[in-house]
Design a protein. Sequence first.
Length: 123
Amino acid sequence: MSGTVRQQKYCKLIQKELSDIFIRDKRGILGNTFITIADVRISPDLSQAKVYLSMTLAKDKKAVLATLEAHKSEIRKALGDRIRNQARIIPTLAFFIDEVEENAQRIEDLIKNLNIPKADPTE
């Protein structure tokens, strides 16, 4: 995470509150999908937040992302209701799928499939 201390605190606040919003999803926007906020990156003027999502059990991640995009204004309003007393600016939200977990799994699978001979302990 880069940026000023102020940006970092704001990112953590947004991450915590959005996580709570997604867990308590009363409108049923997400259905049964469990979403984790992997990272939040905020612009220097605090007006735009890039939210990186991990969807471990989602069958169609792009469909979930499209659903979130369609309900972006509702999610932003819910965020605003929660952080109104802590922040002057409620950022616009941009959602992205976090690829880190998938890439790590792919690399782990590749390493497992390598045919590396076992070291001879007598040598």
